[in-house]
Write a protein that binds this ligand. Structure first.
Ligand SMILES: Nc1ncnc2c1ncn2[C@@H]1O[C@H](COP(=O)(O)OP(=O)(O)OP(=O)(O)O)[C@@H](O)[C@H]1O
Ligand SMILES: [Mg+2]
Length: 357
């Protein structure tokens, strides 16, 4: 029976109003999160925003200060009063520092969670071999971890985390010790494997492309809170705040004001954006111009200065200064443009976002 059917109708995880303080310092607040069966959610945020802290609370390695959490329908956290131990939660975990046992062979490492569940030797070895096969390591089952590369060790950790087909797998920056090429390949594989097995997972990373590769939804964490949780596409199309747009580096943010007669105006350029003036409230605001909303044109709503023109083999990347030089945007084009020239940009107004002050 697959996890999906076993969890039918029950959330893999629900967190409500989880908060955590260390002494006087509040590190997490108001964390609400529902993970559907088979869903993969990435926690994406800058260093120190509380990602690991939240994951450790889900794992049972750290007690919450307040709030409730359930895993596969079972209560695991109830304020500071109740905190189920990690082994009672039946979850799989993969951390940055592999955490596989050096004195056990690859096969024994992967079979370990099944041994803890008192499964017979034949069955647990059969299942461990199948898990190793899924991560492409069956040929290394008798080796000791010390003789494996970093990428191979992380595959062992992955096989061990999924071998028992747990209701939830937790990942904390599992690829951050690997080099870039390996990281991209393994991120794709992890995403595919989780989907194939129908496993639910929380995947912590501060790498945007890794989060977008692996997750169905991404929770952007800023300053100990979930600032927005959405699909990658929705995060880009409709960031909930200036901070989310800045963190995701969606485009240029320009200070100015919206007025009925002129559209959006800023200190230097007058933008002719009448649609925006109709839809946004009048007054001071910041406007987000996503990279995807602009293109060099023969005439356009906005003039930009070419700060850099970078040849990339199949195209040129223009670094453009808007609003003087304080705001910049990067945009691809198929021909070289002279440095410091002023070029008109056509703007797709439907993609602009206004954040009133
Ligand atoms: N045991 C602790 N005692 C005191 N403060 C702590 C403790 N653990 C974490 N913190 C603080 O909580 C904040 C969040 O830490 P956390 O490790 O969750 O961040 P993170 O988002 O995982 O960052 P990174 O991307 O660098 O791993 C940090 O300011 C950290 O210093
Ligand atoms: Mg961390």
């Amino acid at each position: 029976m697959s996890i999906k059917t076993r969890l039918d109708g029950t959330f893999a995880l629900t967190a409500s109003q989880i908060a955590k303080s260390f002494g006087e310092t509040q590190v997490l607040r108001n964390i609400n999160l529902d993970l559907a069966p088979g869903e993969v959610v990435a926690l994406l945020g800058p260093s120190g925003c509380g990602k690991t802290t939240l994951l450790r609370i889900a794992a049972g390695l750290l007690a919450a200060s307040s709030g409730q959490m359930q895993i596969a329908g079972a209560r695991v956290v109830d304020g500071s009063r109740f905190n189920a131990p990690p082994e009672a939660r039946g979850i799989g975990m993969v951390f940055q520092d592999y955490a596989i046992w050096p004195h056990l062979t690859v096969l024994e490492n992967v079979a370990f969670p099944l041994r803890m569940r008192k499964m017979g030797r034949n069955e647990r070895e059969g299942r461990a071999r199948r898990a190793l096969d899924r991560v492409g390591l069956s040929h290394l089952s008798d080796r000791f971890p010390g003789t494996l590369s970093g990428g191979q060790q992380q595959r062992v950790a992955l096989a061990r985390a999924i071998v028992a087909e747990p209701p939830l797998v937790l990942f904390d920056e599992p690829l951050s010790n690997l080099d870039r090429e390996l990281r991209e390949g393994l991120a794709l594989e992890i995403g595919a494997l989780l989907r194939e097995l129908g496993l639910s997972a929380i995947y912590v990373t501060h790498d945007q492309s890794e989060a977008f590769t692996i997750a169905d939804r991404v929770a952007v964490m800023l300053g100990g809170e979930v600032a927005q949780i959405d699909t990658p596409e929705r995060l880009f199309a409709a960031p909930a705040s200036v901070e989310v747009a800045q963190f995701l580096n969606i485009g240029a943010l320009i200070e100015g004001r919206v007025c009925r007669t002129h559209g959006f105006t800023c200190s230097r350029d007058r933008l002719s954006l009448p649609d925006l003036a109709r839809s946004a409230p009048e007054g001071p605001a910041r406007i987000l111009i996503p990279r995807t909303a602009i293109r060099p044109a023969t005439e356009g709503a906005l003039m930009a200065q070419v700060l850099r023109c970078q040849f990339q083999g199949d195209r040129y990347l223009l670094h453009l200064g808007l609003d003087g030089e304080s705001t910049s945007l990067v945009c691809p084009t198929d021909r070289a443009v002279a440095l410091n020239s002023q070029i008109p940009l056509a703007i797709d107004q439907d993609r602009l976002r206004v954040f009133p002050h």
